[in-house]
Unconditional design. Sequence first.
Length: 342
Amino acid sequence: MTCKFMDSINKILISTSDSFFWNSLDTEWRYKTGLVRMASGGPYFDDLRSKPEVIDPPQNEDMMDIRETVDDPAQNELKPNVAVSSSVRDLLECPVCLNAMYPPIHQCSNGHTLCSGCKPRVHNRCPTCRHELGNIRCLALEKVAASLELPCKYQSYGCIGIYPYYSKVKHESQCVYRPYSCPYAGSECSVVGDIPYLVAHLKDDHKVDMHSGSTFNHRYVKSNPQEVENATWMLTVFSCFGQYFCLHFEAFQLGMAPVYIAFLRFMGDDNDAKNYSYRLEVGGNGRKMVWQGVPRSIRDSHRKVRDSFDGLIIQRNMALFFSGGDRKELKLRVTGRIWKEQ
């Protein structure tokens, strides 16, 4: 009986010893793999930052997706002005078109870069060293560009925003502070500026009549109604409701005969133009034609407005009928009114 009892005790001790041994090994493994919680209750992690690590370069260039930085919402928030050295900006300037470069940025075997738009223009030859370009992308420069934040190029016109490099062009194409082109239709004018500057330019350089008030009454006379060339006028700039409006009247060829059109443009953005309406009337011999619409912004060229027929259109025969007399001279009286929508 005593022997059997001792044998049972020894089996229990051996079993307990084995269990302790395996539990010890398991605990040691858990500590090494960071799966055991320390006494403080927090998880244990082996800090890899304190150890040198060799990282293999990516096997595929496609893995280096530049969009990972561009698409980060945090990158698109407006932030305080960040100074970017002129040398960095020079690196991002295409040597051919002198514009900023955007992915894909190409480089030759010597490291000279150029934009994708100019690559076909130089017949796949580096414009700097004349080596063949191939299909090498300058991924490092694309990454540098993605880290930059630059002010809008219309900063001098009042825009204070700071934008990620790859978002800047899209913003500038829609920036409300971007300058306007001169709205004069009588000749091609390359002058650009803000509204006060353009108003002064129209008055001083184009000798356009200035008119205060929201109503107008103009008479247009042309000795040869068959002639379309040089039959473009913009006689008046109106000042009312704290804004400026341009009245256009011109002739253009539609089919085989001249057509006359009168329309109003708003000197400002399209969103503000929608707050106003105007009415034009032309008539004679007891007849009258009426047009009512919304002025178009000068962001749209006068040719674009004209070609969309967005105004009072008068066929030549009708214009001559309104003119009366022997129908050999154009004499049209156009009256109108501008008002602000409530």
